[in-house]
Unconditional design. Structure first.
Lengths: 247, 185
C-alpha cells in the first residue's frame, strides 16, 4: 500500500468547485512536484491532505490511517505531515529556536533541554545555527522560510507539504531555500507546489500537472518536459520554458 | 476570547453584554446596581455596587481591546500551529495569548486610567471615597476647598502616572525583538 493515498478528492468554496476529483499516491521518500496555473486548486489540494481545509468528498490515507474519517485523531496524525507555507507563518513572539522547539515541547512532550538540542540540530541542517536566537522580524524572507522548514522537520514527519515555498521571496534568496529542499530529497517524502521549473526538473521523481481542478497529466520530469502526451501539458510547459529559459 | 473564538450562543451573549454596557453611562449603571437592585429587594452595600458596576462597565470596553488584539494576529499562525499537531486549546494558549497580552498593554493601560478616575463617580451612590471626604471637609472648613481639591488632584495624578509607568515598563520588557525595527522602516 502506498504511504499517501489521495482518492477522488472534491472541494468547493461556495458554488465554485475547486477540486473536481483528484487522485494520486505517494511512496516513502518520494518527491513530487505539482505545477499548473494559479487558481487551479493546487494549494487547496495540500490543505485537503492535512485536513486544514477538509474535502467534502473523497478520502485521504496516510500510512494506513484515514484522515478523512471524522473520528480520526488529527492532532496526532498532523505531526506526521509537515507543512511549509508560502508566507512562512512563523510564530512572531518566539525566537527561531523556539519556533522549531515549541512543537517538540508542547505536542510531543519532549523535555525542554532535549527539545532545544533537537531544534538546534534542525536549524543547523537548514544553515541557520547563528540565527537561532533571533526573532522572525529580524530574519530575511529566505531565512524565515528555512526556519519554517526546520519547524516542519523537527516533528519527524513522513511527508512535508510545500505550498509555493519560494514565491514570496526575492530571486536572490530563492536559491538558499531550494538548496535546503534539494538536500531533503530522498530523506523525507515531499509534495511541492511550485513555479520553479528548474527545481521541478532536477529534483522531482514525478511532476503532476493540474488545471481546472483535475490532474491533467503526471509523469517523470523527462517525460513531462520532452514527451508530454496531452496537448495542454505541452502548451503549458512550452510557455513556461520560453518564460524562464530551458533550464 | 469568546467573542473571537466562541460558538453561538456564547458569542451572541457576549456581543449583547458588550453592547448594553458600552451603551449605558457609568452613572446609570451605578444607580441601577445600587438603587435599582435595592428596589427589587437585593440589598448590597454602596461599595459592592460600585465595584460590580465599575467592573461590568470596564469589562465591556476591555472586550474590544482584546478582540482587536486577537484580530491583529495573522490567521496563518493559527494554521501553522495546527499543522504541527497542536490542538486548538494549545494554539490559543501558547501562540495566540502571549501575543494578544503584549498587544493589549497600551489599550489596557488607557482603560485602567479611565477606570481609576471613573471610580470617583461612586461618590454619587454614597461610597465614602476621596471626593466624599473632601466634600465633608468643605462643609466644615469652606476656606480649605481649593487646597483639598488640589491635594486630591495631585494624589490621582501620582497614582495614574506611576501605574502607567509600570505598564510602560512591562510593555518594553516584553516587547518582541525586531518589531521596533519593522515599525521604523
Amino acid at each position: 500500500m502506498a504511504m499517501l493515498e489521495v482518492k477522488d478528492v472534491h472541494k468547493s468554496y461556495g458554488t465554485c468547485e475547486v477540486l473536481k476529483g483528484v487522485s494520486f499516491t505517494m511512496e516513502r521518500h518520494q518527491t513530487k512536484v505539482i505545477i499548473g496555473t494559479s487558481g487551479t486548486g493546487k494549494s487547496t489540494l495540500l490543505k485537503c491532505i492535512n485536513q486544514l481545509d477538509p474535502p467534502e468528498k473523497g478520502q485521504v490515507w496516510l500510512e494506513g490511517e484515514e484522515l478523512t474519517n471524522p473520528s480520526a485523531d488529527l492532532n496526532r496524525i498532523r505531526q506526521k505531515i509537515g507543512f511549509v507555507f508560502q508566507d512562512f507563518n512563523l510564530f512572531n513572539h518566539l525566537t527561531a529556536l523556539r519556533n522549531v522547539s515549541i512543537g517538540l515541547e508542547k505536542v510531543k512532550k519532549i523535555e525542554k533541554e532535549k527539545a532545544r538540542e533537537r531544534a538546534l540540530e534542525e536549524l543547523r541542517r537548514v544553515g541557520l545555527e547563528k540565527q537561532a536566537h533571533q526573532y522572525p522580524a529580524q530574519l530575511s524572507g529566505g531565512q524565515k522560510q528555512r526556519v519554517g522548514i526546520a519547524r516542519a522537520l523537527a516533528m519527524d514527519p513522513s511527508i512535508i507539504l510545500f505550498d509555493e515555498p519560494t514565491s514570496a521571496l526575492d530571486p536572490e534568496l530563492i536559491g538558499d531555500v531550494l538548496d535546503v529542499m534539494k538536500n531533503l530529497a530522498g530523506k523525507v517524502a515531499m509534495l511541492i507546489v511550485t513555479h520553479e521549473m528548474g527545481f521541478a526538473r532536477n529534483v522531482a521523481d514525478e511532476i503532476i500537472f493540474m488545471e481546472g481542478g483535475y490532474i491533467i497529466e503526471s509523469g517523470s520530469p523527462e517525460q513531462m518536459f520532452n514527451n508530454a502526451k496531452v496537448e495542454r501539458t505541452r502548451q503549458f510547459l512550452g510557455r513556461i520554458s520560453t518564460l524562464y529559459g530551458k533550464e | 476570547m469568546g467573542r473571537a473564538y466562541g460558538k453561538q450562543p456564547l458569542r451572541f451573549l457576549i456581543y449583547l453584554y458588550e453592547k448594553i454596557f458600552r451603551g449605558l453611562p457609568l452613572l446609570v449603571i451605578l444607580f441601577l446596581m445600587y438603587f435599582g437592585l435595592n428596589q427589587i429587594g437585593i440589598r448590597i452595600t454602596g461599595f459592592a455596587a460600585a465595584i460590580i458596576g465599575l467592573v461590568l462597565h470596564s469589562t465591556a470596553y476591555q472586550v474590544q481591546i482584546y478582540r482587536s488584539a486577537i484580530n491583529s494576529i495573522p490567521d496563518g499562525q493559527k494554521t501553522a500551529a495546527l499543522s504541527i499537531g497542536m490542538s486548538k486549546t494549545k494554539t490559543i494558549f501558547y501562540i495566540i495569548l502571549p501575543q494578544v497580552l503584549r498587544l493589549s498593554i497600551p489599550g489596557w493601560s488607557n482603560e485602567f486610567t479611565i477606570l481609576l478616575k471613573d471610580s470617583l463617580i461612586a461618590f454619587s451612590i454614597g461610597v465614602f471615597e476621596l471626593m466624599a471626604r473632601a466634600d465633608a471637609i468643605n462643609a466644615t472648613h469652606p476656606s480649605g476647598t481649593l487646597s483639598v481639591l488640589l491635594f486630591i488632584a495631585a494624589l490621582y495624578f501620582i497614582l495614574v502616572f506611576s501605574i502607567n509607568r509600570g505598564l510602560n515598563y512591562l510593555e518594553k520588557k516584553y516587547r518582541i525583538s525586531g518589531y521596533e525595527v519593522a515599525a521604523a522602516r
